[in-house]
Design a protein around this ligand. Structure first.
Ligand SMILES: Nc1ncnc2c1ncn2[C@@H]1O[C@H](COP(=O)(O)OP(=O)(O)OP(=O)(O)O)[C@@H](O)[C@H]1O
Ligand SMILES: [Mg+2]
Length: 404
């Protein structure tokens, strides 16, 4: 009986499987990315033709939401499969360097994916790499490691973290090469920080991702709509409108993630009204409530207190109606926000490190006060999303996480 009631209560007027629109879902087929998949196959075929002969490296470059992560993951899945048919074991490991910002965290991720038996404490990154290498040697496996958002590792980790990781393979010139890498970044601005010997290899194996046009976005969201929504639940006009909002040729960002989030949110609004059709009006509302620079996964990856601080910044900016607010005002607001969410406020130095991180990930910008302020103080502002959009957004994420 419970099941019948539960099923009825959970029935959606709109969705068949909402999760098909979430950022971590990797579609089976990626429209308009065959070129990039072919390029990866060409670059890494040497691992199949002559296993162990080289440590191959590729560089995926392209702006936000152009399919770099999706293409890399799909390639990893298919390449493992193909290698297996040829009797070669290749283990694809996807590491998000924005989440695991330090070399030892990255190493720990690689180690735990390759073998859960490797102890994850008490080993320095280099030692851990050697242990992983040993496991690969023993089993005669190869690792294809994708370092997603690798620029974080160059910018914010200890010196030369990425360099150490890539160069580690050179220590085993006599042995079989067990590690190959896919580096994923938004642009090439951090590359000069790497050693020339590495950049020259990478520059030979660049795979570029261009922003999507509205026609391409249309193909992408149409395919996802079929998986996520009930048949006929999304009007073709709604899909067209999303494609036009997001397409680079129509002045949009060319960002498929933004388009998918518009689609998901429009679906949620329709569902809340118990409507059976997603209309252009739902899309317009969705557009009003999100901003391309505020990414679901980006805010989701912040720690709880970083989220609370973000909320505090939004409120302080909204209340004062100024372009910038001093960090002191933000901190007072933060304490109120903590009270509201039943959290103990962190100390000043900790809060300061949250400010630095929000700046690093590009959600806020800061500057030092000039005339009109007493003494020197740090002023905080948002890059470009409106304050009320951020406020609502973070509240929603916090509510979802805390179940309130
Ligand atoms: N060609 C495509 N076909 C189907 N879905 C796509 C395609 N390109 C991107 N997507 C989807 O759009 C979303 C964003 O793509 P992805 O995460 O791969 O972007 P990205 O280039 O890694 O962006 P970022 O630089 O922000 O990490 C994902 O949900 C992904 O599945
Ligand atoms: Mg990505």
């Amino acid at each position: 009986m419970f099941e019948i009631i539960k099923k009825e209560l959970e029935r959606s007027s709109i969705f068949k499987d909402e999760s098909k629109l979430f950022p971590d879902y990797v579609p089976e087929y990626l429209p308009h990315r065959s070129e990039q998949l072919r390029a990866l196959a060409r670059i890494f075929r040497v691992l199949i033709d002559r296993p162990g002969s080289v440590s191959q490296k590729a560089l995926l470059i392209g702006p936000v939401g152009t399919g770099k992560t999706a293409v890399s993951k799909r390639f990893g899945i298919e390449f493992e499969k193909y290698a297996k048919e040829k009797g070669i074991v290749i283990r694809y490991v996807h590491v998000n360097c924005h989440k695991d910002r330090r070399l030892f965290l990255v190493m720990r991720r690689i180690a735990s994916e390759i073998s859960p038996a490797i102890p994850n404490r008490g080993l320095a990154p280099q030692e851990m790499m050697h242990v992983v290498k040993q496991v690969l040697d023993d089993k005669d496996w190869y690792a294809l490691v994708a370092l997603d958002e690798a620029d974080y590792l160059i910018r914010y980790s200890e010196d030369e973290a990425l360099y150490d990781l890539l160069r580690i393979t050179e220590e085993y010139v006599e042995d079989k090469q067990r590690f190959s890498f896919i580096l994923i970044m938004r642009d090439t601005s951090v590359l000069p920080a790497l050693d020339a010997s590495i950049t020259s290899v990478l520059m030979h194996n660049i795979v570029k991702f261009e922003p999507y046009t509205s026609e391409q976005i249309h193909d992408i969201i149409e395919q996802r709509a079929e998986l996520a929504f009930k048949e006929g639940a999304v009007s073709s006009e709604a899909l067209k409108l999303i494609a036009d909002i997001a397409g680079v040729d129509m002045g949009g960002p060319g960002d498929a993630r933004y388009a998918l989030e518009l689609l998901w949110r429009a679906g949620k609004y329709a569902e809340n009204e118990s409507a059976t059709l997603v209309t252009p009006d739902h899309v317009r509302r969705a557009k009003r409530d999100i901003h391309p620079s505020l990414r679901m996964d980006l805010v989701g990856d912040l720690t709880k207190h970083e989220k609370l601080l973000l909320l505090a910044i939004a409120r302080a900016l909204k209340r004062t109606q100024r372009a910038y607010v001093p960090v002191g005002v933000v901190e007072r607001e933060y304490r109120l926000v903590c009270e509201e969410w039943g959290e103990r406020p962190r100390r000043h130095t900790q809060v300061w490190s949250y400010v630095q991180n929000l700046k690093k990930v590009g959600i806020i910008s800061t500057r030092i006060s000039g005339p009109g302020y007493r003494g020197k103080t740090t002023l905080i502002s948002f890059q470009d999303a409106p304050t009320n959009v951020i406020e609502k957004y973070v509240e929603e994420v916090l509510r979802r996480e805390t179940g309130r």
